[in-house]
Design a protein around this ligand. Structure first.
Ligand SMILES: [Zn+2]
Ligand SMILES: [Zn+2]
Length: 95
């Protein structure tokens, strides 16, 4: 089971209402949060598929394969302004 969190930047107001803020595993898939410098956004992307054996999936930006992404794990800088994001309440449990 995975958990998502609500993230907020106290400096610029960037908010991500549902984010793993690191790596979270569900029944079928493992999600990792990535930071896309081009989109200035955080995304949760699948990195492992557990359905039939374990399949590793390379991280990429969901908008474009050309965007460079890096793994992001809280506490880490805001994708917009670089201030450390606040991790707010646990939002949801998914699987
Ligand atoms: Zn992107
Ligand atoms: Zn910010």
């Amino acid at each position: 089971m995975g958990t998502t969190y609500s993230l907020l930047c106290p400096a610029c107001g960037y908010a991500n209402p549902e984010c793993c803020a690191g790596v979270e595993s569900g029944m079928m898939v493992t999600l990792s949060t990535v930071h896309c410098a081009t989109c200035r956004q955080l995304y949760d992307v699948p990195v492992l598929e557990l359905e039939r054996g374990i399949t590793e999936i390379p991280i990429r930006c969901p908008n474009s394969a050309k965007h460079a992404v890096v793994r992001w794990r809280h506490p880490a800088p805001c994708p917009v302004c670089g201030h450390i994001l606040s991790k707010l309440a646990e939002r949801a449990i998914w699987d």
